[in-house]
Design a protein around this ligand. Sequence first.
Ligand code: AMP
Length: 210
Amino acid sequence: MKLILLGPPGAGKGTQAEILSKKLGVPTISTGNILRNAVKNGTKLGLEAKTYMDTGGLVPDGVIMGVIKERLSEADCRGGYILDGIPRTLVQAEAFEDEGIAIDTALLITISDEEIEERMTGRRVCKGCSATYHIKTNPPKTHNTCDSCGHSLEMRKDDEPGTVRNRLQVYHDLTEPLVEHYKDRHKLLVVNNQPSIEATTAVLYQTLGI
Ligand code: AMP
């Protein structure tokens, strides 16, 4: 299955993508995680991306398309993939079509802006493996420590309140038009966010028929 997850930042796309990956046996590709790793490693891509990411803006379409094309050419993507965070603009969605990058389904997770602001302030990410937690809804077993790899957890700089509001604005202006784009192509499925991760996963499975 070649799936993209759509929805505002903080909708739970990353969490659901990890769960779906295991269920479907295909990799999740998160452009946000690729970029954060590049920033951490101080690569040329990281240095370029950091200025945009820190303020909640988007990395230029040309840069991110180069990144995703390279990743999708790797062997593990042959049987399908789940994309988290890309395409994020109409230009990127059109570039996917021009490049022949297939998408079977675009799955939108809906949630209000207010709930997102509340959620993001509680989100913590592992410094080692990028696994995501939430201090209230999905806490690690040991305080501030990753269950999977044991590294400590941190708050993403772009989860700070002012940046969150900017990211929501960027989502409404630049990414939300993709909902119509995929609806027009009869590829859109919609899932409303549920009170727990498990409940959202259940609705998601039902919607995908898996
Ligand atoms: P995310 O973890 O998906 O919220 O991404 C974090 C940040 O990475 C975003 O706020 C953007 O600055 C950048 N980013 C991730 N994916 C893309 C993309 N497809 N196009 C442009 N910028 C991106």
